[in-house]
Structure formats: structure tokens, C-alpha cells
Design a protein around this ligand. Structure first.
Ligand code: CP
Length: 328
């Protein structure tokens, strides 16, 4: 597989009728569709302490989780989302699967496809894998990108949009600041794409210069290494960890203490932001590196809410793609 020869993932996602058949990236999905998914996700939320919403919408369907990179939140929430919609769920244990004996990812997919899987949820460290699989599975099957290299993480982007919308309302009136390793973050890219589509007022991306993004990938964002400028008056602050596993040469990349001293988000630094600003983190977080531990647990933090929203958003996506399968 050569990612450069693959069709643009943004063009592979919709049915001719405009339904969502695959979710590979937030690029190419319009504001109406994103809003519809967020609205649907809202219907799957119940007050904390009450039983979660359950339906039989996906009864008889089978969802396969294939995570070739570690995950806690995304994998668990896809499993819960599928079960709460009444689907059967297969969680492939990659460490004991035949991929360890040299089976290719496509042969693994073909094997599971023969067991009548309806939706594959895939996380992989290589760019282009979700689009490559779309081009090779039976056309009725849906592919959901659960994290693709440093390229995109669309379900995370959607749950972050939902959290921001719940806490802050209209995107047009907001300034959102993302602080951290923007260069290697699939979360930053998907959140930036989603916020841009939703018409966010201002998007600021703050990082050390060694972790700054290619400006061409985030054309409407303000890119800076000045944390004070990034935080001043902002409504939303999202902290990101340094993705050391994606960086071949760590020369010039700040260590944990240096990073925390210069870019760590603390209660003191949050005084620069709007008085009612919220703090987000996609997880997994490194306390006292990208975020002060007390701030992560403070009333300003919506990190737990992001996790709760993750299940609801993934339920909405599963519902949408299986609905599109019926219309094919
Ligand atoms: N945010 C996120 O993708 O977390 P996991 O790696 O735990 O799934």
C-alpha cells in the first residue's frame, strides 16, 4: 500500500444520496451533516447516575474493533456504543491474532468479512490504511477511522465539537486554543477541520517551534509559540501531549520538565483566558507535563465530559452508517 496513490479519503465517505457510509476524516463533511451527527449524539446522552440509553437499532449487526495501536477511550467507547445499540461486537486481540504470524491487514479483514461483519472500526499507525481498506472490502461494509497515524481522528474531533457546543454554544463567537504537539497530533488536525467547518471565530495553535504544524495543513489557524498570546481571552483551551512515539529524532524536542515550564496549562496560566473558559484534553494525559493535575480535576475541566460524549458520538456514527447501508 502506498498512501500517495490512494484516493482522497474525503471523497470516499458519502453515498450518492449524501448519507454517511464511511467515516475516514472530517474533511469533506459539511456543517449540516456534522450538526446532524452532534444532534443525534445528544439523543444518546442521559443524566449521569441514570442508566445509559439503550436501543435495538443495530440488532443483528456485527461491529469489529481492530486496534493496531494502543487505546483506552476510543476502543472502550466504540464497544459500549455498539452494545448500547444492540449490536454484536468483536474485539480482535491484535497481540494474539494471526497478524503476529505475518498475516497482512487485508487478509485479516477478508477473514473477518467472511464472518459477516457490517462495520470495521480501525486504528493503525500507518497513514492511508482506512482509505485502503475501503477500496478492498465488500461495498456494503462501513469503515470507521478510530485514529490514523498523525493524519486524523474524526470521532475524537466530533466528540470535541459536541463538548464545545454543549459548554459554549455558537462556534462563530468562540476563540479556541490548542496547545501542545500540533505537528504530530491527529486530534489537532481533526478538531481544526471540524471547527473550521463549523465556522469557529478564531483558532489558535500554540506549540514549541519544533512541534509546530505545517501551515498549509491548517490554513485558517493562527500558529504561534507564544503561549500568553494563545491563551489571552480565549474561550476554550485544549492541551495535547507530545506524541513521542511518532517522533524518530527527539533531538530538539523539549523534555517533560522543560515543556511543563514553558507550555504546561496551569490554573495560573488559565487566568489569561476568559473567566468562564473551559479546559479540554483528549487523553491520555500526562499530569504535570501538558496540564497541571489540579486543573485537570477542577470545575473548569470538561475532560470527563469529553469521555462521556465519546460514547454518544460513536453511537450516532454507528447509527448513521448502518442506516446508509440499508439505503444502498
Ligand atoms: N483520545 C484517544 O484517542 O484516546 P485513546 O488513545 O485512549 O483511545
Amino acid at each position: 500500500m502506498n498512501a500517495k496513490n490512494l484516493p482522497d479519503a474525503a471523497n470516499l465517505q458519502l453515498t450518492p444520496q449524501g448519507g454517511l457510509h464511511h467515516l475516514l476524516t472530517l474533511r469533506g463533511l459539511d456543517r449540516h451533516l456534522l450538526s446532524k451527527l452532534l444532534d443525534q449524539a445528544e439523543t444518546y446522552l442521559s443524566p449521569m447516575g441514570e442508566p445509559p440509553i439503550r436501543t435495538n437499532l443495530l440488532a443483528g449487526r456485527t461491529i469489529a474493533n481492530l486496534f493496531f495501536e494502543p487505546s483506552t477511550r476510543t476502543r472502550a467507547s466504540f464497544e459500549l456504543a455498539a452494545k448500547r445499540l444492540g449490536a454484536d461486537v468483536l474485539n480482535l486481540d491484535v497481540n494474539t491474532s494471526s497478524r503476529k504470524k505475518g498475516e497482512s491487514i487485508l487478509d485479516t479483514i477478508y477473514t473477518l468479512q467472511a464472518m459477516q461483519i457490517d462495520v470495521f472500526v480501525i486504528r493503525d499507525a500507518s497513514a492511508g490504511i482506512p482509505a485502503y481498506i475501503v477500496g478492498n472490502v465488500e461495498p456494503h461494509i462501513s469503515i470507521l477511522n478510530a485514529g490514523e497515524a498523525d493524519v486524523s481522528h474524526p470521532t475524537q474531533g466530533l466528540l470535541d465539537l459536541l463538548t464545545i457546543r454543549q459548554c459554549k454554544g455558537a462556534f462563530e463567537d468562540l476563540t479556541v486554543t490548542i496547545v501542545g504537539d500540533i505537528a504530530h497530533s491527529r486530534v489537532a488536525r481533526s478538531v481544526a477541520e471540524g471547527l473550521t467547518t463549523m465556522g469557529v471565530g478564531e483558532l489558535r495553535l500554540v506549540s514549541p517551534r519544533s512541534l509546530a504544524p505545517d501551515p498549509a495543513t491548517v490554513p485558517r489557524a493562527i500558529i504561534t509559540d507564544d503561549l500568553e498570546r494563545g491563551l489571552r481571552g480565549t474561550d476554550v483551551v485544549m492541551a495535547l501531549r507530545i506524541q513521542r512515539e511518532r517522533i524518530a529524532d527527539l533531538q530538539g524536542i523539549p523534555g517533560a520538565d522543560e515543556y511543563y515550564a514553558n507550555f504546561g496549562i496551569s490554573s495560573e496560566r488559565m487566568k489569561l483566558a476568559a473567566a468562564d473558559a473551559i479546559v479540554m484534553h483528549p487523553g491520555p494525559m500526562n499530569r504535570e507535563v501538558e496540564i497541571e493535575s489540579g486543573l485537570a480535576d477542577s470545575p473548569q475541566s470538561v475532560i470527563a465530559r469529553q469521555v462521556t460524549n465519546g460514547v454518544a458520538v460513536r453511537m450516532a456514527i454507528l447509527a448513521a452508517v448502518t442506516e446508509s447501508q440499508k439505503c444502498r
